[in-house]
Each structure stands twice: as C-alpha cells, then as structure tokens.
Design a protein around this ligand. Sequence first.
Ligand SMILES: Cc1cc2nc3c(=O)[nH]c(=O)nc-3n(C[C@H](O)[C@H](O)[C@H](O)COP(=O)(O)OP(=O)(O)OC[C@H]3O[C@@H](n4cnc5c(N)ncnc54)[C@H](O)[C@@H]3O)c2cc1C
Length: 265
Amino acid sequence: MLRIVVCVKAVPDPKEADKIRIDPVTRTLTRCDVPLVLNPLDKHAMEAALQLKEQLDAHIAVISMGPPPAGKIVRECLALGAEQGFLLSDPAFGGADAYATAYTLAKGIEKIGSYDVVFCGRASSDGSTEWVGPEMATFLKIPVVTTVREIVEYGREWWKVKAGLENGYRLVQVKLPALFTVTRELNTPRALSFSGIIKARKKEITQWGISELGVPEESVGLKGSPTIVSNMTTKDSKREVEMIAGTREEKAERLIQKLADAGVI
Ligand SMILES: Cc1cc2nc3c(=O)[nH]c(=O)nc-3n(C[C@H](O)[C@H](O)[C@H](O)COP(=O)(O)OP(=O)(O)OC[C@H]3O[C@@H](n4cnc5c(N)ncnc54)[C@H](O)[C@@H]3O)c2cc1C
C-alpha cells in the first residue's frame, strides 16, 4: 500500500482579506477573525493523492497546523476522500515562521507513522515563502522535488516527475520516501460531493498539541522562529486614470509618448 501524507494549510479567505489584521505585538497575522479556507495549491496536492488512490492501493492522511477553526479544512479533505485527518493546534504553535512551521509539521508526520510520499502546495496564498516543503523534507531527512507539474512514473521505490523551470522543466528521478511540492499545472482539483461531506461527518479528526508531539516549547511557534517579521506595511495601490483625447491615431501616438516618458517602453 502506498502511504500518502498531504499537508494542507488554512489561509485567510481572500474574499475577506480586508479583515486581516497584524498583531501589533507579535507582528504576525491574526487569523481568528477571518474565515479560513483551504490553501488553493493544497487542493492540487490533495487531488494528486486522490488520483493515485484511484489507480493504486493507497492510504491518504492529511495534516494541518493551525488554530482550532483550521479543523474545517481537514474535514473538507476527509470529505474529498482522505482516510485520516490530523490537526496540530496549540497556543504554543502560534506565530511560527516557516522554519518552526516545518519543524512542527515534520514532528506531526513522524508521529503519524510510516509514509512513502508527502505532498505540499508550492506556496501558501498568505505567507508564500515556499520554504515549508523543503524545510520539512530537511527535518524528515528525505529528498524533495519542488514545483512538480507532472508525475511521469510512480514505481514502488522510484518516481519520475516533471518539475518547473523558468523556461522549461526538469525531469527528476527520486527514491521514496520523498516530499513533493506541487503547482496548479499538475491537475484540476475535483469538487466536494454531497455524499463525501456526509461520510466525512463520521470521520474523526485527531488533534495534537505540544504535549502529544513531545517537543520543547523553544522549538515551536514564535519561540522556535529564527525569523520575525519586524514590520508589515500594506501598499496603497490606488490607480490614477487619465483619459487621452484626440483621434485614434493621435491617442495611440500620445500613449506611446507617455509610456516612453515613463520609461515603460
Ligand atoms: C507577509 C508574510 C511574510 C512572511 N515572511 C516570512 C519570512 O520571510 N520568513 C519566514 O520564515 N516566515 C515568514 N512568514 C511566516 C510564514 O508565512 C508562516 O510561518 C507560515 O505559516 C508558513 O509559511 P508559508 O505560508 O510561507 O508556507 P509556504 O512554504 O508558502 O507553504 C507551502 C506549503 O507548505 C504547507 N504548509 C505551510 N504551512 C502549513 C500549515 N500551517 N499547515 C499545513 N501545511 C502547511 C502547505 O502544503 C503549503 O502549500 C511570513 C508570513 C507573512 C504573512
């Protein structure tokens, strides 16, 4: 059986982005007042696991680190077809940077038990550091392939995947267990089904805090974070509109002149 772990992050709902606040003391995002949704790229990580399960004898566990409301996205993944759901939630985990997040998730994955494949999204839609996947692989001492856009071959021991490059792709052969961060090119996530939602209601979500993980407080959350976002400013993106008068030719000429003056062309 292929044992798959999918890491899913609860991110602030982009439709309610105006409610996102920065904690003046910890300088981290406060998530509790904003509805949380499944990180868009993690839907592709989940879909990759589900497609493998349709072709192979596979078991899917999903894991998320977040405040209690993040349980909602774990249940969403159970409704999509995951067998097990794990939520790492503890006030001590709060304010974690990418390093501390990766460490905590790695400890959670080790506690789940043996696995062959770990899927992550390439990036989250809020922090977007793209570091959690590779840092988790370092803590788990397994190989990592980032920006996977196609699974070419999936053997019992070795996989071959296509991973993104600026102007092309690289073909990577990797020995399992391994971690893969995925892009949206990999697949098209399926929609939730009513029967899946009903079935998921009966499935239990296992919640672990710092005592269950058995890790020291200094290695998680704000205390375990070697980086601190010392300030965050939101850019005022007001757009100025200028109507250019004249005939079509005159408008085109004036526009080209303005773009040239602005150094755009
Ligand atoms: C504006 C901003 C700037 C930041 N800058 C930095 C910085 O420079 N350095 C730094 O260390 N931290 C930084 N952080 C904090 C960092 O974003 C958080 O620690 C975050 O929880 C983890 O990183 P990420 O969202 O960037 O993950 P990414 O690396 O972008 O996420 C990639 C994948 O990892 C998995 N993943 C990430 N978080 C979780 C989770 N909580 N549960 C389950 N799976 C998860 C998901 O599969 C996700 O798709 C910043 C946060 C913000 C909002």
